[in-house]
Design a protein around this ligand. Structure first.
Ligand code: FAD
Length: 490
């Protein structure tokens, strides 16, 4: 998708990058590797990864990528851009799934990959302070060596940055246990477009001194400022972690299993993930791995427990398994016996996004819906597209599969429509139908991925006019020239 697909015009108020601008940035940032210059030099291949998102679905036309190394450099970059009215797209690991991290036209990409230092860690409180460009997995490995855990985990952990995580308010696999970043992030450092450094890098858990302004940056997708550092509360790393993988006959059974897991596993339950049969079929085909269970089922779920006492946790888990299997809630199941099996079972859940990406295009809908109707959306979407003649096995049908999976414990479903190629007719059949469906159930059209460019027109399905107007006022206050991530949702 490029700007033409969205019918957006480049805003003429923004200046175009000149050779003088490039010279300024080169002298400011010093190092060769800090500037990818496609303005005065031919950097076509080098610049391409910054213009294209993880799914290779959205494509921009930047000709300049800047990689500042410190908050002061970010401040000088943004101040200059603001004065020159040069539009900017903040970019972390570029793993976002709504096209928010790539430019639409020629906006300058400000990438955080060189801001990658851990600033401090306090063993007693578990508070980590780190630069925005630290890769999530790197932060977690650093914490693992110190007996702690990053309170967020997701399939893109090897590439995404913690600044990107905060800016998208990423949810991930263990929100059920550790809560949202709105709770675990204790402080932030950010730079406003006029260069002001917002130093709110508190490490306190309690701080009731006026508006909690850091919350505005959490989930605002780079539209009001650039996050340069994060202070976050990290729990002790659980000493005992177990994973069970189940096959179930219906979504009613999944709901029952979830209720039982909450009641019986209570404080040690750290993840409850849902995968439908089609999603597991895709992982099976793309990896060639043998299914974890003998039979095939319409639904699967993955349950993780984390605690401090292996014996106690195992006793609880075994009692739970006996119960759900004895009652016929779960048809079949397997418990990881060692670390290798633990990782292998998780891959059946974490590998879905990647498996889908090998098939062609994917229309992705990351939504919150009341639990009872969570999977109904997948059924209804599948029926709709089948009735319209879009779904089928051979190449003449544009839709390959309609797949559902997600974070059941958070009422968060990922509806994915896998297509052989992106197809306007299919898109029109899904949108805005899918958003209307969600609005009728008072759900959210974006549970954890954000709005980016993909859902820019649809915010009204989940936010009323007053809320959208308040957001616009805040945007105007923080970014009066509108240079931060323009053309996206606000
Ligand atoms: P980017 O993609 O670079 O940017 C995302 C947005 O944040 C953009 O709008 C960008 O402008 C803005 N931004 C980035 N850095 C900054 C900054 N420092 N300051 C201001 N704005 C900034 N997401 C989930 O929530 N849960 C999941 O379980 C999950 N699983 C995923 C699995 C896979 C395989 C993949 C590819 C993605 C998954 N995602 C998931 C989506 C994605 O990984 C998250 O949204 C992640 O938080 C994005 O981080 P990033 O560093 O890649 O940000």
């Amino acid at each position: 998708y490029t700007s033409e697909a969205y019918n957006i015009q480049r805003d003429p108020k923004f200046a175009e990058v000149t050779a003088d601008d490039v010279a300024f940035f080169k002298s400011l940032l010093g190092s060769e590797s800090a500037v990818v210059d496609g303005v005065t030099a031919d950097a076509t291949d080098d610049i391409e990864p910054f213009n294209s998102d993880w799914m290779r679905k959205y494509r921009g036309h930047t000709r300049l990528v800047l990689k500042p190394q410190s908050t002061e450099e970010v401040s000088k970059v943004l101040k200059y851009c603001n004065e020159r009215k040069l539009a900017v797209v903040p970019q972390g690991g570029n793993t976002g799934l709504v096209g928010g991290s790539v430019p639409v036209f020629d906006e300058i990409v400000v990438n955080t990959s060189r801001m990658n230092q851990i600033r401090s860690f306090d063993q007693a409180s578990g508070v980590l302070v780190a630069d925005a460009g630290v890769i999530l997995e790197t932060a977690d490995s650093y914490l693992a060596e110190r007996g702690h855990l990053f309170p967020l985990d997701l399939g893109a952990k090897g590439s995404c940055h913690i600044g990107g995580n905060v800016s998208t308010n990423a949810g991930g696999l263990r929100l059920l246990r550790y809560g949202s970043l709105h709770g675990t992030v204790l402080g932030l450092e950010a730079v406003l477009p006029d260069g002001t450094i917002v130093d709110s890098l508190s490490t306190l858990r309690k701080n009731n001194t006026g508006y909690d302004l850091k919350q505005l940056f959490i989930g605002s997708e780079g539209t009001i400022g650039l996050v340069t550092a994060v202070s976050i509360l990290c729990p002790p790393r659980p000493r005992a972690v177990n994973v069970a993988y189940f096959g179930l006959e219906s979504f009613e059974h999944v709901q029952k299993a979830y209720l039982e897991a909450k009641n019986q596993l209570s404080e040690i339950l750290s993840a409850f993930e849902l995968m439908d049969g089609r999603s597991q079929g895709l992982v099976h085909t793309s990896t060639g791995n043998k299914y974890p269970l003998e039979g095939e089922y319409p639904f699967y779920c993955l349950i993780e427990t984390s605690g401090s006492n292996a014996e106690h946790d195992m006793a609880k888990l075994e009692a739970f398994l006996e119960h759900v299997m004895g009652e016929g809630i779960v048809a079949d199941g397997v418990l990881a016996q060692d670390e290798t099996q633990f990782q292998a079972l998780w891959r059946w859940r974490e590998g879905i996004t990647e498996s889908l990406s090998h098939l062609g295009g994917t229309y992705k809908y990351d939504v919150s819906i009341p639990l009872a109707e969570l999977y109904q959306l997948v059924e209804d979407c599948n029926s709709r597209l089948t009735e319209m003649g879009f779904v089928g096995d051979d190449d003449s049908f544009p839709v390959r599969a309609v797949v559902g999976y997600g974070h059941m414990g958070d009422s968060n479903l990922h509806l994915n429509v896998s297509v052989r190629q992106y197809n306007k007719e299919v898109e029109k059949a899904i949108e805005p139908w899918v958003y209307e469906w969600i609005q009728k159930r008072n759900g959210s059209i974006s549970a954890e991925h954000g709005l980016g460019i993909a859902k820019r027109q649809y915010i009204g399905y989940s936010q009323n006019e007053t809320m959208v107007n308040l957001m616009k006022q805040l945007k105007g206050l923080y970014d009066p020239n509108g240079i931060m991530n323009p053309y996206k949702y606000i």
